[in-house]
Design a protein around this ligand. Structure first.
Ligand SMILES: [Zn+2]
Length: 406
């Protein structure tokens, strides 16, 4: 199995007794806890060895991959751990690991520990959003408030470890919902997905087939539902009728709807999301076979989203804007990658090592050069992308290490 998400393993190690205790502590009723524990403790596994299945054996811990309940249970457990950690901080008996203590005060600057984590957090957020998408969103029109709350929790969860400190999102949530080729992470936009899902209910009304459809027609009007204004209708029915507005915004007309033999929520969702321009730097991130932490830093650097001094100064008062690596010039993305002497030296030798004979350029030119000369999946291109991400990552790591040492 490809180790794309660290949470696959994390799921497998959730202790049952711990989980049961937490569910009790959040005051879930005994019977529900019993049901949940019944579901997760009766799992059996069978492994394929040389094409034959072994005798099934019982699981001893963990929650099931793909079970819609798993992300929720996992989040409950994670939330508990975060809060425990927070209580510890206020306990005078508790001593910080020195780096962490610093981290609490310096906040945004420490990419390695925090952002590396973000990449893995992204996977968990996807799991949670996926569960919402597959279950609730298809049955109900979700109230705006709920959608907003889910979005806020996920957003905060992505960019922070300690949820108390509200940090700047390095990349906006809307953008994270864009396709990967356009610079997003393909997160689900629950708001739009829900509109697309409710659109399916309206499509049913247009096609006039099912029992509840017949009932609504007889109740609210015989002359088509596309333009109906049913003010006296229940909230749910009103939501369904209003879906036509959102479908029209995505370019779908009543005629389109009637001519559809199948309604695909995901197709309508894509249409609602709209086409976004592809970004030139996509190969640097999505054809990158380097470590996840290098890729995530690269993802931020190509968008100039690291918390460099110039950007930090916009959010809070900064006395010293000088580059931590050379102490000569103010720090920004262009300087660190790779105008700074320290960084240029490293990149020059890595270029030489790859037998690429050219000078170190500024960041924009470097990205242009990669797009022009390192196309496709040749081993040379893949190696180049990995080398570049590795250098970028380690320069950023060194920069952070120097702040710690101060
Ligand atoms: Zn410098």
């Amino acid at each position: 199995m490809h180790g794309e998400s660290g949470y696959e393993e994390a799921y497998a190690f959730l202790e049952w007794t711990f989980l049961e205790q937490i569910l009790g502590e959040i005051q879930m009723s005994a019977i529900i806890i019993k049901w949940i524990m019944q579901c997760i403790t009766t799992v059996t596994y069978s492994i394929q060895v040389n094409g034959h299945n072994t005798t099934p054996f019982k699981a001893k811990r963990g929650v099931r991959q793909g079970d819609p309940m798993s992300p929720y249970l996992f989040v409950i457990a994670m939330d508990y751990l975060t809060r425990i950690q927070k209580t510890l901080q206020t306990n005078p008996e508790f001593h910080y690991y020195p780096r962490c203590k610093r981290q609490k005060t310096v906040q945004l600057s420490f990419a390695d520990d925090q952002l590396m984590f973000c990449r893995e957090r992204a996977q968990l957020i996807k799991n949670v959003l996926y569960a919402i998408q597959m279950f609730w969103s298809q049955i109900f029109a979700l109230p705006k408030k709920i959608i907003q709350a889910v979005k806020t929790i996920c957003r905060r969860f992505l960019w922070t470890i300690n949820t108390e400190i509200s940090k700047k999102a390095l990349v906006g949530w809307d953008k994270l919902c864009w396709p990967k080729t356009s610079g997003g992470l393909n997160f689900l936009d629950i708001y739009k997905w829900n509109k697309a899902a409710v659109g399916k209910l309206l499509w049913n009304l247009c096609k006039n087939k099912k029992l509840w459809v017949v009932w609504i027609h007889s109740y609210y009007g015989q002359n088509g539902v596309w333009n109906i204004q049913a003010k006296q209708a229940s909230w749910v029915v009103q939501k369904i009728l209003k879906a036509s507005k959102h479908l029209q915004e995505a370019g779908l007309t009543e005629v389109n709807m009637r001519s559809m033999t199948q309604y695909s929520i995901s197709k309508v969702y894509m249409q609602m999301r709209g086409t976004k321009e592809k970004v030139g730097w996509r190969s640097l991130v999505w054809t990158n076979y380097g470590a996840l932490k290098w890729i995530f830093i690269m993802y931020l650097v190509v968008q100039r989203r690291l918390a460099t001094n110039d950007r930090l100064a916009k959010w809070r008062v900064m006395q010293d804007l000088l580059c931590h690596l050379c102490q000569l010039v103010n720090e920004d993305h262009d300087h660190i990658f790779f105008q700074c002497d320290y960084a240029a030296e490293i990149w020059r030798s890595i270029l030489q090592w790859q037998e690429i004979r050219r000078n170190v350029m500024n960041w924009t030119e470097e990205v242009q050069w990669e797009m022009q000369y390192m196309k496709g999946k040749t081993s040379r291109a893949l190696m180049y992308i990995m080398a570049m991400s590795n250098v970028v990552y380690h320069i950023w790591l060194e920069r952070n290490a120097r702040i710690f040492k101060q």
